[in-house]
Design a protein around this ligand. Structure first.
Ligand SMILES: Cc1cc2nc3c(=O)[nH]c(=O)nc-3n(C[C@H](O)[C@H](O)[C@H](O)COP(=O)(O)OP(=O)(O)OC[C@H]3O[C@@H](n4cnc5c(N)ncnc54)[C@H](O)[C@@H]3O)c2cc1C
Length: 449
């Protein structure tokens, strides 16, 4: 990079990346728990993809039974700490809370869940669940992200021998490498990995299936296989200059921030982020909090078309991120290293037509944004190269097709869940899929249906 932002002190970094939803004290938790109306039909529970019995865990906090509360939560969701800290609760459980209908603040379900699960990890993960006796069957799980971990935990408790194969050196998937460090820490994710290991699950890291172990070798070892490989890299921008130094993939940039080794992370003085989804917002706010003076999001459509959640957009605006809407990148300019992003204004090709319209460049509207770093955040491609190595699979829009009751793929030995089947949703969806797939596998292996 031509111009990196000056380094901050460790204290400044820690302040900038401090928890955006700090932990409740005991008094705060009990007071908030006592606000819960314990609705007979629990709309919050229905809104949660893992269907945690929310009113019961909250009731247990209100009566001082925090261990019991943690047990209620974990019985439904093995990735409960990440979900407590990083779930988009506004559009899930808290969004469904009946207090919203009265124009009052919903119950802070995420923070209460965090209170119980923080307690559980701070108290050394007391044993709450006993694995069933070994049933002599073995399952291989590809990927140690939330879907793979959830599937493995559930299977281990059902009595299976479970091995997770993870290509990276550290397990946890995007919970470890992707989620913004002001929402949750790297250590939180590793605690969840330890919980899954405590049920007897073996995790082999540095093991890329298809590279370090072939599909045929994997199939020989196991009675069934769960695919939890998530998605792949960001697609190419397909514009000149993309190979210049200073152009980075959002996921690589974010992964360099999550371990909180501040001295090792460089950020440009002026940064442009291309894209307007949640990953783009995370990359932009992280760049700003690392000390970039100016961070601009460039998006070819309008504000209302952004796929980022409203609260993520608000966070970015509060961090001082600039937005160029109806703007498409055309060319990256630089001599070996990025110096500017040339953009063009965009407009609807047919402004009166309904639905998502195609766009066209506005003639003679080109302009340049001087930058030292460009972060590409235009989504992730499917892990096609890998998935195609497994025979007999079917795909819908590039995602692995599954039976949504059992999570079984068209190849009967394989089950799948998480981002590789939904194209990229939330951790809670991956956690729910993994657990459901474990029961699908159990039914398949013991021919229960
Ligand atoms: C930048 C970013 C921020 C996000 N922030 C949030 C958030 O705040 N809240 C939220 O709820 N969701 C968030 N998400 C979404 C969430 O992280 C994902 O939905 C979730 O992690 C998907 O879980 P998964 O198990 O399907 O895949 P992943 O978490 O991607 O895990 C897949 C794992 O499989 C491994 N793998 C892949 N191929 C192989 C192979 N061939 N052999 C062995 N291992 C392999 C990978 O290394 C990886 O560890 C975010 C996503 C991104 C990209």
């Amino acid at each position: 990079m031509n111009n990196t932002a000056p380094k901050l002190t460790n204290e400044q970094y820690e302040k900038n990346f401090a928890d955006i939803h700090p932990a409740f004290t005991q008094n705060q938790a009990v007071t908030e728990a006592n606000r819960c109306l314990y609705c007979f039909d629990s709309p919050c529970m229905k809104a949660c993809p893992t269907h945690i019995d929310i009113s019961t865990f909250i009731k247990k906090i209100a009566t001082g039974n925090v261990k019991g509360s943690a047990k209620t939560i974990l019985a439904s969701n093995w990735i409960a700490l990440t979900c407590a800290k990083a779930c988009p609760v506004d559009v899930l459980c808290e969004g469904a809370c009946v207090y919203n209908d009265r124009g009052e603040e919903p119950i802070k379900i995420g923070r209460l869940q965090r209170y119980a699960i923080d307690w559980y990890f701070e108290h050394g993960m007391p044993a709450l669940f006993t694995p069933a006796p070994k049933n002599g069957k073995s399952v291989g799980v590809i990927g140690a992200g939330p879907s793979g971990l959830a599937c493995a935990a559930e299977l281990a408790l059902l009595g299976y021998d479970v091995t997770i194969y993870e290509g990276k050196d550290v397990a946890g998937g995007l919970d470890t490498w992707g989620i913004a460090p002001y929402k949750m820490t790297y250590k939180d994710s590793l605690n969840e990995v330890k919980l899954v290991q405590s049920f007897g699950v073996t995790i082999k890291t540095g093991m890329w299936i298809g590279k370090n172990l072939t599909i045929a070798e994997l199939e020989k070892k196991h009675d069934a296989i769960f695919i939890g490989v998530g998605l792949g890299k960001s697609p190419s921008l397909k514009i000149p200059g993309e190979d210049l130094k200073g152009v980075v993939d959002a996921l690589d940039f974010i992964a360099s921030v999550t371990p909180r080794k501040w001295s090792t992370v460089d950020v440009g003085h002026r940064v442009a982020v291309i894209g307007a989804g949640n990953t783009a917002i995370d990359a932009a706010t992280e760049a700003k909090r690392l000390g970039a003076e100016q961070v601009t999001i460039v998006y070819r459509r309008g504000e209302n078309d952004m796929s980022a959640y409203d609260f993520e957009y608000e966070l970015a605006k509060n961090d001082g991120i600039l937005f160029h809407f109806h703007t498409a990148p055309q060319r990256i300019i630089g001599n070996g290293t990025v110096e500017a992003l040339e953009c063009v204004k965009m407009r609807l090709r047919n402004p009166v037509a309904k639905g998502k319209q195609s766009l066209e460049p506005v003639p003679k509207s080109e302009f340049q944004i001087p930058v030292d770093m460009i972060i590409k955040a235009i989504g992730q491609d499917a892990n096609e190269n890998f998935l195609e190595q497994i025979g007999g699979m079917e795909f819908v829009d590039g995602n692995v097709a599954v039976n949504t009751e059992t999570m079984r793929t068209a190849n009967p030995k394989y089950f799948a869940g998480g981002d590789c089947i939904n194209g990229g949703k939330e951790v809670v969806n991956a956690a729910a899929d993994g657990k459901k797939a474990a029961h699908g596998i159990d039914t398949f292996i013991f021919n229960k249906r």
